[in-house]
Design a protein around this ligand. Sequence first.
Ligand SMILES: Cc1cc2nc3c(=O)[nH]c(=O)nc-3n(C[C@H](O)[C@H](O)[C@H](O)COP(=O)(O)O)c2cc1C
Ligand SMILES: [Mn+2]
Length: 488
Amino acid sequence: MKGRKEQDDRLAALGDLRQFLKLAERRGEVEIIRGADPNLEIGALCELSLEATYPPVLLFEEIKGADAKFRIVVNVRSSPILVGPLDLAAVEALRKSRKGEAPRRPIPPRQVDTGPVMENVKTGAEIDLGAFPAPVWHAGDGGPYIGTECLVITRDPEQDWVNVGTYRVQVQGPRALTVFIEPGKHGAIIRQKYWDRGEACPMVVCVGQAPVLGATARGAAPAGVDEFAVAGATLGRAIDVVPGPVTGLPIPAEAELVFEGHVPPRAEESVEEGPFGEWTGYYGATPRPEPVFRVEAAYHRDDAIIVGQPPALPTFAGRQTHLAGAAAIWDAIEAAGVPGVKGVWKMQGGGSRFINVIAIEQLFAGHAKMAGMVATACGPGAYMGRMTIVVDDDIDITNSAEVMWAMATRWDPKTQTDIFDGYWTGHIDPTLTPEKREAGDITNSRMVVYAVRPYHWKERFPKVNRVDRDYAEEVRAKWADKLSFLKR
Ligand SMILES: Cc1cc2nc3c(=O)[nH]c(=O)nc-3n(C[C@H](O)[C@H](O)[C@H](O)COP(=O)(O)O)c2cc1C
Ligand SMILES: [Mn+2]
């Protein structure tokens, strides 16, 4: 019964930021911080919190210089309420949960007339974006960013579907924001369709929302799939949305703080965006002109809580490996017909994108190459990759040292490597040369490392020098009472 209650509490928290905070507080996982300065101090506290694998939820109250009714919360998405153990079983569980069985089918959002988000409505000249606390998260940032873990909502004007993506949002003036969308992301493709018709792109930006929405908006749902419906499937119920008075776009009824308006074509109006400290650990996207999101209406709850998640070096423990990203690649390579896949992992240090590790049970000559190429180019793997490492299935791919050992001992660089050019990357890729940036050639090269025993002589490959694992457990069991180093 306890399991059932826990499950219900978890779903309630996923679906509602206020419930999430209550549950996290009951579990002792919230730190309340009063009086912090949004200029750098909040960002520094966030970075310090990342020293823990499961960083505490930080709730900033009475933010210096801001109206005390507004708060900022960070580390929602890395909370143990959302993420369990960071292991391969969790990746498999995510894959199963997305297999599309009856209760998991996408559940489209439900339209309602109004909701708490409409407690305060401001339009036109009444809007002052400076009234909301927006941190300058890192010392080199070009200004305050109000949207980090946010929802950017657009509707495809041709195919009539709604997209929800997380793209960073900088405050540029009392009624002006910039939304930085990398080329190829759904939001960028949709926006371009309006511009091609000579129209401004209708847009909604939500900067405080249920944890499930933040988690889904950064996920790899394919084009044509409404992320609200994917989030609905996770919750097992429809997300309530209010049609935006300006654009008709769906606004989560329970949202905390929302901006609505239009983005005129890039050529009509642009301002400098960035720089912004990114998840790669660099300021990669040098400041460049970005289109302006003209805010025509702002909606917020009486005591709105902004959800933030400033990027930080991917080497911090709290920058957890991207389980959902690994699950999406595993699904994609199996769907493409790659057999014998035993695991997919994102190597820490490479953040959520750069280094993919694939474990296979080699079934035929050429199999490792098939797995490596598909993983490198498939939908969820293509953007901003650097390296795909294919290993045999006796390697624990969640352990970086084992992956390095496989490379050190089974990989002949000259004969077991492929290098390709011209892959999809983003402006934030630190290796993009100034010349490529100027030419708009936002691509990079990829390496596929086959750190496997070569198939055609794998039976003659030197045997591994390690105690058989079953025998090791037998010996442990026999001696555990007498030898303290054997205790677990
Ligand atoms: C906290 C956070 C911030 C992000 N910021 C950006 C960003 O500024 N620009 C961008 O293109 N992608 C950003 N992403 C990645 C996108 O959210 C991700 O690629 C997502 O799949 C995009 O949605 P789409 O597939 O519907 O385009 C961010 C992700 C997270 C988790
Ligand atoms: Mn999408």
